[in-house]
Design a binder for this molecule. Structure first.
Ligand code: GLC
Length: 563
């Protein structure tokens, strides 16, 4: 299937996120790789996705799962080479699937040539000016220059001696010490990233996911200031925080847009930016990245009111910028939704995960039903649907990874207070049995639980009510149903049921409650996330009507004559 020439292909696309090291291993070394992705193009086609987004596959020592990049313009030899990448890209394109790559501009790894040069160089040198090096405080510079916190460690500063430096400076890293932050006030950095974007765009890459897009610019004016409270973006005027979401970051993306628009069709981009909705819209401006992830559903409970609020806010914000909304329930940083929605009581998810899932009851059946219902709901919304690998299999979070096998720096660096994100990064199960459930012949780099057998692609394929087949049918139908980016809400007789339709008469009803809901007269039933009860006689508004029954935690799609 050829790629469409439509410049707006991205506005309502289905994008499948691949975490390459955990997708499919082709050479038996326990790590997923590029050839592994190529070998599964038929599978991706069977899902009817419009694009894949690859998390980083660049050379990396994996201090942060590949988000510590040694070289932005190459493939990690553990995952293949550029020829493998080109082959994968051309075969994906041949199958009508576009490709996003992940750009990590806030920081490189400590093994990047430039950082090694910087560590070996003198304070004040051009090499050090590519990063953020400063003298420490205290009589002998023995204290970090500011109180800036890191996401993975207490301080965003490490002394250069920890990296073999011979002087007495500190360098800044908002994430792990192996992820030194670039100095985006240095034009050389801006030019180098333009070169990287061009490198991938010239190869035919269609889009870019921009990692921590809101952190590149910092207030580096002397003397450096402490951050008052973290992560409070409201204690200064919006756009003037010392570390995040500064107004001047947008200059960078305006320049990137000029580059993207030199291609036909223009390259597209989506920002990962944890900022309030009104500020998020700025990144999605058509003169900048064009789209930004809306992460609000990741935080929402499976609750009609919460979902509706987030949906309305997301659509309004995207529209105001001429962008389209992005919907996701999961990614490589988040707990799996089937687990999330199965928690019967409101809990601190991090504490619960740390306990190995023992402190609060989990109803897996309800969790999975709810996750499938939520997935079919977001697929019906105007805008893009993001699916994270394994979500289509209804995978749960893996909660019992032994401590000595945990890889995530969030856990390893952060005083072990957060068990981290490995539980959603365990290699995918392809087959019911065999070495690493078909992931590869050489084991899996994170341990797979036994229950993966029943959740494998093989076990679910062809089984009508399996998560995989529910996804496949939904995504195939969605292709023919996508219509103008409008939505109309309809009143329901139960506040726990959301009902909206699209301009072409595509109706979507989701029952978030615990009671059954009766509906009738909306059109032909197309698909549902769990089996519907038989048609029967119901009382609707006091009137006996023959209708259908929408069970709890279920979404149904219908096609009627009217919106
Ligand atoms: C983003 C990535 C996350 C990574 C962090 C640092 O939030 O999604 O996985 O740890 O950036 O690069």
């Amino acid at each position: 299937m050829a790629l469409t020439l439509d410049k707006n292909w991205w506005r309502q696309a289905v994008i499948y996120q691949i975490y390459p090291r955990s997708f499919k291993d082709s050479n038996g070394d326990g790590l997923g790789d590029i050839k592994g992705i190529t070998s599964k193009i038929d599978y991706l086609s069977s899902l009817n996705v419009d694009a894949v987004w690859l998390s980083p596959f660049y050379p990396s020592a994996l201090a942060d799962g590949g988000y510590d990049v040694d070289d932005y313009r190459d493939v990690d030899p553990k995952l293949g080479d550029l020829a493998d990448f080109d082959e994968m890209l051309s075969k994906l394109h041949g199958a009508g699937i576009r490709v996003f790559v992940d750009i990590v501009p806030n920081h490189s790894s400590n093994l990047h040539e430039w950082f090694k040069e910087a560590i070996a160089a003198e304070p004040g040198s051009a090499a050090r000016n590519r990063y953020i090096f400063r003298e420490g405080k205290g009589a002998n510079g023995e204290l970090p220059p500011t109180n800036w916190p890191s996401h993975f460690a207490p301080s965003a500063w490490s002394h250069e001696s920890t990296q073999g430096g011979k002087h007495n400076q500190w360098y800044c890293h908002l994430f792990a010490p192996e992820q030194p932050d670039f100095n985006w006030d240095n034009r050389e950095i801006e030019e180098d990233f333009l070169k990287t974007l061009k490198f991938w765009a010239d190869r035919g890459v269609d889009g870019f996911r921009i990692d921590v897009a809101h952190a590149l610019k910092k207030d580096l004016s002397e003397p450096l200031k402490d951050q008052e409270r973290y992560p409070d973006l409201n204690n200064r005027k919006p756009g003037e925080n010392i570390l995040f979401d500064r107004d001047d970051v947008h200059e960078i993306y305006k320049e990137w847009r000029q580059l993207f628009n030199q291609y036909d069709p223009p390259r597209v981009a989506v920002a990962e930016a944890y900022v309030p909705a009104d500020r998020l819209a700025l990144y999605a401006n058509p003169d900048e990245l064009g789209q930004a992830f809306n992460f609000e559903l990741l935080e929402a409970n499976f609750n009609a009111h919460e979902f509706k609020t987030v949906i309305d806010r997301g659509i309004t914000a995207a529209k105001a910028q001429g962008s389209s909304s992005t919907w996701c329930l999961n990614n490589h940083d988040q707990m799996r939704p089937a687990t999330n929605y199965g928690l019967l009581t409101t809990v601190d998810r991090i504490r619960w995960k740390n306990s190995g899932g023992t402190t609060n009851p989990l109803d897996e059946e309800l969790g999975l039903r709810s996750a499938l219902a939520a997935s079919m709901l977001i697929m019906a919304l105007p805008g893009c649907t993001y699916i994270y690998q394994g979500e289509e299999l209804g995978l749960f979070e893996v909660l019992d990874i032994p401590e000595d096998q945990i890889q995530d720096p969030q856990y390893l660096r952060n005083h072990k207070v957060d068990k981290g994100r490995d539980g959603c990064r365990v290699p995918l199960p392809w087959t019911k049995s065999g070495a690493s459930f078909g992931f590869g012949t050489g084991g899996a780099h994170l341990p797979q639980p036994n229950w993966f057998a029943a959740k494998s692609v093989e076990a679910e394929s062809g089984v009508a009510d399996s998560p995989l087949e529910i996804f496949r049918t939904a995504l195939a139908l969605r292709k023919g149903l996508v219509t103008d980016e409008e939505l109309t809400w309809h009143k329901t007789t139960d506040a726990n049921v959301l009902h909206f339709s699209r301009p072409n008469g595509w109706h979507c009803l989701t029952n978030f409650g615990r009671n059954h809901y009766s509906f009738a007269g909306l059109g032909e039933i197309l698909h549902s996330s769990s089996p519907l009860a038989q048609a029967g006689i119901f009382l609707i508004h006091g009137v006996q009507t023959s209708g259908n029954d929408l069970p709890p935690a279920t979404t149904v799609w219908l096609k009627g004559p009217h919106a």
